[in-house]
Design a protein around this ligand. Structure first.
Ligand code: NAG
Ligand code: NAG
Ligand code: NAG
Ligand code: NAG
Ligand code: NAG
Ligand code: NAG
Length: 315
């Protein structure tokens, strides 16, 4: 009886997760770009962007450059840590296609360091970010251009306590832990209870080329932007910068984060995976049954974080 009950409970938990997988998707959040007047630069950029996805490592990161001065192009791609490599590469391909097709310049007004001669471009998706510039970017903290996005479906009722809990989770916990991530991946996720029974799920991420200190600084600036982004207390929000970003929602929105860390443990892990896959198969059959039932009844809703974005005019 107890076993059945917990199995049922487990299947419900997985069901909810699977449902949120099916309704979540990779959306473009925002972009900036400009077509170059230099044919050489443009050719270099297109070659470089086309190769980025293949160069992306299993941590979802790549950084490279192409061409010689004055037409050198530098580019970088970064995926969210829970995105599988195949999907990550697909996202990067979509992102580079998007940037490559830029005809009409779109640049944020009031971006203090903006220099048309840098011939920069950047695009953010839910799953990945791709940027290019004539300026070298590896190991350089870039705080702009930035984008804010928030969940338009619900606001917290106790706005100030909510923001305090959010800030505490992001600033004191996730920011510090992401920065400690090492040279391959700087990402961390977690959750905390908020007021009025609104849980807060969040992640923070830096490009792994930043130092620990630079990552902490970048995220600190991003988190201090919450009043500009999300001061009115939406239950979900994001601040996206070239070098770092964070997102929070009132429900879990990440997929399973692959453990790429310690490669000495493969033997133990294999056993765990075998045990887990047998269990999973059994649960999967049960769960599939419920999903079919559920999908029949329910049409797909919006996933919790569907954003509306805007670009702040006065950075
Ligand atoms: C786009 O780039 C060109 C140079 O290729 C520059 O002259 C122009 O000012 C840029 N547009 C904007 C809006 O920055
Ligand atoms: C922009 O891109 C297109 C195609 O890549 C190219 O034909 C055009 O000359 C480029 N430059 C400008 C300044 O529009
Ligand atoms: C990327 O890799 C795929 C498969 O290995 C290959 O078909 C494709 O040509 C490669 N693309 C580039 C630009 O190297
Ligand atoms: C890439 O773009 C294609 C075509 O628009 C879309 O079907 C696919 O879902 C996209 N993939 C990702 C990972 O964004
Ligand atoms: C959330 O608050 C903002 C600002 O007060 C308001 O414009 C928006 O309509 C609210 N959204 C909801 C879903 O209540
Ligand atoms: C989370 O927000 C969604 C809207 O995005 C809302 O439907 C849901 O009830 C909220 N859940 C909680 C626990 O506040």
């Amino acid at each position: 009886m107890g076993v059945f009950r917990s199995l049922f409970f487990l299947s419900q938990v997985i069901l909810i997760n699977l449902l949120s997988f099916t309704v979540s998707s990779n959306q473009m959040i925002d972009y900036f770009c400009n077509n170059s007047s230099s044919n050489t630069y443009q050719t270099n950029r297109d070659t470089l962007l086309a190769s980025l996805s293949n160069k992306t490592n299993k941590y979802g990161y790549s950084s490279s450059s192409e061409g010689v001065n004055p037409d050198t192009v530098h580019a970088m791609a970064l995926c969210r840590a829970d995105v599988e490599l195949d999907t990550c590469r697909e996202c990067i391909n979509n992102a580079t296609a998007m940037l490559g097709s830029c005809r009409v310049a779109r640049v944020p007004t009031g971006w203090p360091e903006y220099d048309p001669n840098d011939m920069e471009g950047i695009v953010w998706y839910d799953y990945c970010m791709v940027r290019y510039s004539r300026k070298a970017m590896e190991g350089v903290l870039a705080g702009d251009p930035r984008v804010y996005a928030w969940n338009v479906q619900k606001n917290a009722t106790s706005v100030e306590p909510f923001k305090d809990a959010l800030r505490n989770l992001l600033m004191n916990d996730l920011r510090v832990r992401a920065a400690k991530g090492g040279t391959r991946r700087k990402f961390d996720s977690g959750n905390a209870p908020g007021p009025d029974n609104i849980p807060i799920y969040a992640f923070t991420q830096c490009t792994p080329d930043l130092s620990k200190q630079e990552c902490e600084d970048c995220l600190q600036q991003a988190i201090e932007d919450i009043p500009n982004c999300c001061g009115f207390g939406p239950v979900g929000g994001r601040v996206l910068k070239p070098s770092c970003n964070f997102r929070y929602e009132n429900a879990s929105f990440l997929m399973v984060i692959p453990d790429l860390g310690n490669e000495n443990n493969t033997r133990t892990r294999t056993i765990i995976i075998i045990v887990a896959s047998v269990t999973t198969s059994v649960i999967f059959v049960i769960v599939s049954f419920f999903i079919i039932l559920r999908l029949r009844k329910k049409n797909q809703g919006d996933y919790p974080g569907k954003p509306r974005t805007y670009v702040e005019g006065k950075f």
